[in-house]
Design a protein around this ligand. Structure first.
Ligand SMILES: Cc1cc2nc3c(=O)[nH]c(=O)nc-3n(C[C@H](O)[C@H](O)[C@H](O)COP(=O)(O)OP(=O)(O)OC[C@H]3O[C@@H](n4cnc5c(N)ncnc54)[C@H](O)[C@@H]3O)c2cc1C
Length: 452
């Protein structure tokens, strides 16, 4: 029987990271797809900004350092005998097993969810199906979920002249990334683009014979999906993902509501069985409570921790901080840690601070606005989260705040940040976005505020 010392189920960012790090060992990566894909870029293929081919990753990412690539799917794991049985009929013996099987979109079981034209948005097949429908004259689409993925897809469809309805049960768009009061500009941006936005509503049913013809909301409103010549429409659920853990169901591997349970060395409860990436349940690095962290920027660091452990180092995964970003119209939006509403829900009493500067000296042509909201724990003054809305990229600043959160920095630490300034790259030396927001909070600390 074929055997590898390390076998990894999954060729996404987590699996590829392990292949790149451990190619000198006897490691094999198993994935069914012809090519791995940059999922984050799928909306931009639909929009026409880049090609499908641009999003396909080279197999060399897996094999260049010596890892073996197996194009197959695992059908069954025999944990006692340490054997993987594949769809092709092949079988492999493993020394250590890493499960990196990712996540799948969550489709609520509303009546009609099985109709043609109702789908998730995760795979190359999903993207191709949407492109086919658009090329075939799709006139109307309903996107359920006003998070980053839903909005990025909605904008791509709008750019292709599809009439788009964006539906979410939350009070505001991007509810996991930014608070309602930071979302207003982005909301206006979408509305001005002609998007129909339905907030605080749920989809209760999708109507149609074989194909999706209408979406019914809990307000009683019906969004008609039929276009000219009776063509039916598209309904995409971008309302979160669930871990792909079908291989470990009814097995001794412990799972929680958000995935395979691992410790901070990515070990499951079984010896020689590890899990990394979207299929894993883990805790917030801030609250210590289980929180969702289905991002490539969490999957890769988890895989790196495990890679370094296999290389003999003592490393530990600290938890999710969930720094993330998106682009809405011409706005760049980022968030990290806890929003104010998430912090309050987690039991914190918070201080919030605000700041606004321009992205260049205001006298330099092209200077754009940049705003921040900072969230701090009232008891310890620890930084809990931040949100930035700007007309220029925000990720550098978001990462800096994430680092502050990871290091348990306080608002006093942030107000003392030593920063750089240059006419083309920042506001005047007199002020800095982060320091201003921190000082805004320090003013409130010295003048005690009523608890919200
Ligand atoms: C539209 C979109 C936009 C996104 N944008 C961002 C972004 O901007 N930033 C960000 O950080 N994240 C983003 N993400 C999330 C990111 O893509 C995921 O977090 C990341 O892909 C998770 O990596 P993974 O390796 O854990 O799992 P996946 O990438 O899901 O890979 C899982 C792999 O396991 C394989 N597999 C599953 N079951 C089996 C089996 N039985 N046998 C063999 N192989 C199996 C799959 O086929 C796949 O190859 C986005 C996702 C989508 C869909």
């Amino acid at each position: 029987m074929n055997r590898h010392d390390i076998m990894v189920i999954g060729g996404g960012p987590a699996g590829i990271t392990l292949a790149k790090m451990l190619g000198k060992m006897d490691i094999a990566i198993i994935r069914p797809e012809k090519a791995s894909m940059i999922y984050c870029a799928m909306p931009y293929v639909i929009e026409g900004l880049i090609t499908h081919e641009d999003t396909l990753k080279s197999d060399g990412l897996v094999t260049d350092n010596g890892a073996v690539l197996i194009r197959d799917a695992v059908e069954h794991i025999d944990f006692d005998e340490k054997i993987l049985r594949m769809t092709s009929g092949d079988a492999y013996e493993y020394g250590k097993l890493v499960i990196a099987s990712g996540a799948v979109p969550f489709t609520p079981p509303v009546p009609g969810h099985e109709l043609i034209g109702v789908m998730g948005f995760k795979t190359e097949n999903d993207m191709n199906a949407i492109i086919r429908m658009v090329d075939d004259g799709l006139t109307r689409a309903v996107i359920v979920g006003a998070g980053a993925i839903g909005i990025e897809l909605a904008q791509a469809l709008k750019d292709r002249d599809v009439d788009v309805h964006l539906v979410d049960m939350a009070n505001s768009i991007l509810p996991n990334l930014i608070d309602e009061n930071m979302s207003e500009q982005a909301y206006r941006e979408l509305e001005e683009s002609g998007m129909n936005i339905h907030l605080k509503v749920k989809v209760t049913e999708i109507r149609g014979d074989r194909e999706a013809e209408g979406v019914i909301l809990d307000t009683g409103e019906v969004i008609d999906l039929t276009g000219p010549e009776g063509k039916s429409g598209l309904v995409v659920f971008a309302a979160g993902t669930r871990p792909e853990i079908s291989l470990v169901e009814n097995s001794p591997v412990q799972v929680g509501r958000d995935g395979i349970i691992v410790n901070d060395r990515m070990e499951t409860n079984l010896p020689d069985v590890y899990a990394v990436g979207d299929c894993v349940q883990f805790h917030s690095g801030i609250t210590g409570e289980t929180t969702s962290g289905k991002l490539a920027t969490n999957a890769v660091p988890m895989a790196k921790i495990l890679g370094f452990i296999f290389l003999g180092q003592d490393r530990h995964y600290p938890g999710f901080y969930n720094g993330a970003a998106t682009k809405v119209g011409h706005l760049f939006i980022g968030g990290t840690g806890l929003t104010e509403s998430a912090a309050v829900k987690a039991g914190y009493e918070v201080f919030t601070g605000y700041s606004a500067v321009t992205t260049k000296f205001p006298i330099i042509p092209g200077a754009k606005k940049k705003q921040m909201k900072l969230v701090v724990d009232r008891a310890t003054h620890r930084v809990l989260g931040a949100q930035i809305v700007s007309e220029e990229p925000v990720i550098g600043c978001i990462d800096l705040i994430t680092f502050a959160i990871q290091n348990e920095s306080t608002v006093e630490d942030l107000s003392g940040l030593s920063y750089a300034s240059q006419p083309h790259q920042s506001f005047y030396p007199a002020a800095n976005l982060i320091v201003l927001a921190a000082e805004d909070i320090r003013k409130k600390i010295s003048v005690p505020q009523p608890v919200a």
